[in-house]
Design a protein around this ligand. Structure first.
Ligand code: AMP
Ligand code: MG
Length: 349
């Protein structure tokens, strides 16, 4: 047999009317397109096509047990894919288009691959203008998880998508760096009297509670502690890890101690006092939280590329966006599936 020819690397497209029309046709015909969103880049396919959505799992090497989010172009389409209730429409009116995903009962038109066999479906109306135009041109909802190989840090630029999936997908739509930079807030609204926050994001628990008028519980059905580990088994199983091991410390050491450990990276929220060493990184010079969220994944990737022995960080104080950033920092602190497999092999040999 002749050797397999390497696939041509993915093309990065600008969002001109002509390319949008072409990418919409590719989606209608069952193809995959990586798309910009305000949260992170997604890998999109026709949400009504089981075959197209199986392609997403294959490209990402994502286990079939991890469901996809369905993206709609208008609130009117919510009832096409899910069983909405009045609370869902109240949240949609307040936060859509935007970084909020609602988990509701699933309509039969959504294939089981999308929901990983669950009777529920996760739905969001994204705010990024290019992605919305693409959904409307495709004329159907698009299922999309983050456009990264399963287990790695989510992509917030078209170049990140190409770095991770460039030889497994053909088309990437470039919409600039993601404005929010963290995956959407996910709230389970199947019982609107007892909503549950499944994933913290830029729309905070307090914002949801103000609209819903009831407390929003954590993933396990109880309030989530701000510093303790997340207890939902489904969430524990998922990783968003850099390849470099991450250590979560109570506090980061002073400049002299950091300089004495040149193989280590130190990740701060704000620029640390004194002269910065080569291992010092910060998310935003002044510690502005939205800016820090926007740069978090790109910063982890940048550190990852430099070959440090370890990334040391400490969790942020406070709720809201700090809760969402801490969730990603804790996940980064768990070994990725690839790293876990490597260390299992190493301990056997
Ligand atoms: P990603 O955007 O890559 O984080 O993938 C979508 C995420 O949405 C999944 O990992 C789940 O956390 C969540 N999700 C999707 N569908 C459901 C559902 N039916 N119930 C609960 N969570 C869901
Ligand atoms: Mg993901």
């Amino acid at each position: 047999m002749p050797p397999a020819r390497p696939k041509p690397p993915a093309q990065i497209h600008r969002g001109t009317p002509r390319t949008l029309a072409r990418l919409a046709r590719i989606l209608r015909e069952g193809g995959l397109v990586a798309v910009p969103t305000e949260t992170v880049y997604g890998l999109a396919a026709d949400a009504f096509s089981a075959r197209a959505c199986r392609g997403i799992f294959k490209a990402k090497r994502r286990p079939a047990s991890d469901p996809l989010i369905v993206h709609i172009g208008s609130v009117d389409d919510l009832a096409l894919v899910a069983e909405p209730n009045p609370a869902a429409y109240r949240l949609a009116e307040k936060f859509w288009p935007g970084p909020l995903t609602l988990v509701l009962g699933k309509k039969p038109r959504i294939p089981d691959v999308v929901s990983a066999g669950r009777p529920s479906v996760a739905v969001r109306m994204p705010a990024h203008p290019l992605f919305r135009r693409l959904i409307l041109l495709a004329g159907r909802p698009l299922a999309a998880p983050s456009a990264n190989p399963f287990g790695y840090v989510s992509p917030t630029t078209a170049a990140h998508v190409r770095d991770g999936l460039g030889d497994r997908i053909a088309h990437i739509l470039d919409g600039g760096p993601s404005r929010i930079g963290l995956e959407s807030t996910i709230v389970d609204l199947r019982n609107p009297r007892a909503p549950r926050l499944l994933r913290p994001g830029a729309i905070t628990r307090a914002q949801l509670e103000r609209v819903l008028g009831v407390p929003v519980a954590g993933p396990a059905g109880r309030p989530v502690s701000r510093r303790g580990p997340q207890l939902a088994p489904g969430l524990l199983a998922r990783h968003y890890s850099p390849r470099t091991p991450v250590a979560i410390l109570d506090r980061l050491p002073g400049a002299a101690a950091r300089r004495a450990a040149p193989a280590e990276a130190w990740l701060f929220l704000a620029r640390p006092r004194g002269r910065a060493g080569p291992g010092d990184f910060w998310l935003d010079a002044r510690g502005n939280l939205p800016a820090a969220a926007r740069r978090l994944f790109a910063t982890l990737r940048r550190i990852d590329a430099k070959g440090f022995k370890r990334i040391n960080l400490s969790l942020l104080r406070g709720g809201g966006l700090a809760e969402a950033i801490n969730d990603r920092l804790r996940r980064a602190g768990r070994p990725s599936p690839a790293a876990a497999a490597r260390s299992a092999r190493a301990s056997r040999s």
